[in-house]
Design a protein around this ligand. Sequence first.
Ligand SMILES: [Zn+2]
Length: 455
Amino acid sequence: MRVCISSAHGKNVSGAVGILNEVEESRRIVPEVVKYLKQAGAEVIEFHENNARDKNSNVNAIVAFHNSQQRDLDVSVHLNSVDGGIREAGIGVEVLYLTGNTQTHKLASHVARAISNASGLILRRGDGTLVSNLGFMRLTNKPAILIEVCFVNSQTDAGLYRENFDSICRAIAKAITGQMIPAAKTQTAPGTACDAPASGKIIDEPDKPVPIMGISSIAAEVMAVFLLSRSPEPKINCTPHELAMLYIKEGMAEGIRGDIAFCQAIHETGWFRYGGDVKPEQNNFAGIGAIGAGAGGAVFDAPEIGVLAHIHHLKAYASNEPLVSENKSPRFHLVTRGIAPNWIDLAGRWAVPGFDSKRFNNIGDAYSRGETYGQQILKIYESLKHYASLAGYPAYTPASDTSKNAEHWAEGSFQYLNYMGVTIHERRFDDAPTRGEMFALLEQYDRNFIKASKK
Ligand SMILES: [Zn+2]
């Protein structure tokens, strides 16, 4: 494995300055990470930019250096800052990756988690990753991550960083060498030749927890058909497709995995057959406020509100970030924010005790059998993914060039519009649209995007 790693900004181009100085600290971190990468058997190329006088030429010089090297992975080390001066609270670590690159996302999440575990720095945005089209990610022509180790103007972050400097550097090296190297990017920077796929050892991480925050990977259409395949007459006050679209769309707005939230709803409602304390007319898809012994829980006026409440309630558990839309969960304030970033963390929190106490002595027993609350949700999600692949729908990864391998050039556009909730029920790629279909399509587009973006 060959890694090209560079420090933030340049000798003459300042980065963030607060309690810590970004350029100085990243120039301390990189050589240490290089040392540990080499100890782990990686070949490493190290770079610090010393000549540029302005931001643009600095970025260009860094990118040009990376692209001039033989390597499997590009890494850039930064420290972050927020507006508003010095603050006491911790803000945490985050690792940036290029939009739509799911393999690099995995690596980014792995590195963020390793830093957090080594130092106590919190995972920003729930899972410590952020999609980004920054120049470094977009213009380098190998898989790339940009590590924002911590925030220069947070006293907590600076303290944790100083105390755990060596552990952080080790953790970064270990996470990079222990993790599979993502395949080459699908997007190639202008003016560069097409890359050969990156080589490298592939180590999968079966035990890596699945975060609640993230981008859905299954199209609404597939989710609806999947539900109908098991439950032909689901008791929902809208069509299954409309419900799936709500989960994708509202999930996306709040940064929640709408596809897995839909699986949670399937689990909670028994494939929308109901039969427990909650009744179908409540539009309460996740048992919010249904605490057993006949307590039916919250009532929502319409499926739209029920989905919003479900997504908002998940965000209370999974993240410290504020809600984008007005809160609809009546129990939002009862949740300790960010206490359960992963689906498996919901056992004993969202659902108490979170396992079948008649079958298992304790949560550990249930966990080892894959039968805790979160594991059951993820099992449904696994079968949804399996169903999607059998049905010929690839998991949707935004910004990936789906059209390249598809039978029709418009397949990628179809997937995208479907995923975004602009309904086109059938492919029929080469048929001329009727006027009616055009009107319906434009109306959907207006409802889902134009109106939504003005909200
Ligand atoms: Zn920076």
